[in-house]
Design a protein around this ligand. Structure first.
Ligand SMILES: C[S@@+](CC[C@H](N)C(=O)[O-])C[C@H]1O[C@@H](n2cnc3c(N)ncnc32)[C@H](O)[C@@H]1O
Length: 298
């Protein structure tokens, strides 16, 4: 991973804010609240593939957390965890928390009754142990081996805990304005996720989750679409979303260059990518990517 991964994850925050399925989100908040009512210790949350800590900041800012929470955020990428350590305090302060840094994270307080303890840890999600009330895996199950994840991640939760897997990619990438090459680009880009790229993962992880969770004995409590829609407004793209689109176009271009010229003419690819870059700079490019948010009892 390069430095730009953290910039990408930061630019993705507002895109995810819009996309997250509010029905699934409310059910998660209800489950966390019920958990807090049923015990006298802090609600324990473990997040795997936590990136730069965007989800814990969002849960706090959107008042979805119970009063006392112990939150363990784990990512295999040390650069992202370092970025989270540097920036999460400010994000929580903007959400009205008073923050004290600790050796491995922070303690945040609000209204004298909310206590949020966060540890930020560089580790492989497949080699940790825990007994959490909730396990969160955001934009994660499509970049790892799904079967392995469905065997391992529920083990991080106590009996009756929940697994929340929002922004799980589900096999749809659309571009506007329409170009005759769009369908080919989409098909090859998705096939690259499934067959060619070095890292595991699946372009249809979302829908597979809907059948594989029950097959592993877990009830789906709530699920719904959580599509990214990035489009320009009068004054251009919101927040840092032009950078988000630039990064995504680079990722798509990188994937397409792995194909032989029989599968995709290099000149056709270059024309398509150049067209999209120009549209992006003019504020005309629109991207839609289909995801599912899923909450399950594990
Ligand atoms: C697409 S990013 C999502 C990050 C964050 N959840 C978000 O939505 O902004 C996937 C994250 O999973 C992390 N990751 C991938 N494999 C991992 C593993 N085996 N253990 C822990 N983290 C992992 C990557 O480093 C990356 O930060």
């Amino acid at each position: 991973m390069t430095d730009s991964v953290q910039a990408y994850l930061e630019s993705k925050r507002t895109v995810d804010d819009r996309a997250l399925n509010r029905r699934v989100w409310s059910r998660l908040a209800d489950e966390l609240a019920a958990c807090a009512r049923g015990q006298d210790q802090p609600v324990r949350i473990v997040e795997v593939g936590a990136g730069i800590g965007a989800m814990v900041a969002r849960l706090a800012a959107w008042d979805a957390l119970p009063p006392c929470v112990s939150y363990r955020a784990v990512d295999v990428d040390a650069g992202s965890i370092a970025f989270a350590k540097a920036n999460l305090p400010t994000w929580l302060e903007s959400a009205g928390y008073a923050v004290e840094r600790t050796a491995d994270g922070l303690v945040a307080r609000r209204d004298d009754r909310c206590l949020l303890e966060v540890t930020l840890e560089t580790a492989d999600a497949f080699s940790i142990a825990d007994e959490a009330d909730a396990v969160i895996a955001a934009a994660f199950l499509d970049v790892v081996d799904l079967e392995r994840a469905l065997t391992t991640l529920p083990e991080l939760a106590r009996d009756g805990g929940v697994l929340y897997a929002p922004i799980t990619f589900d096999g749809g990438t659309a571009f506007s304005p329409v170009d005759p090459l769009d369908e080919t680009i989409e098909r090859l880009y998705h096939r690259h996720m499934d067959e060619l790229r070095d890292q595991p993962g699946s372009s249809r992880a979302g829908r597979r989750l809907m059948t594989r969770l029950p097959a592993h004995g877990h009830d789906v409590l709530a699920a719904g679409g959580a599509d990214w829609l990035v489009s320009p407004h009068d004054s251009g793209y919101p927040a840092d979303e032009a950078a988000f689109l630039r990064h995504l176009l680079e990722t798509i271009d990188g994937a397409l260059t792995d194909y032989s010229s029989e599968a995709l003419e290099p000149a056709a690819r270059e024309r398509w990518v150049e067209r999209r870059r120009r549209e992006l700079e003019r504020g005309e490019f629109v991207l839609v990517a289909h995801h599912l948010d899923v909450l399950a009892r594990v």
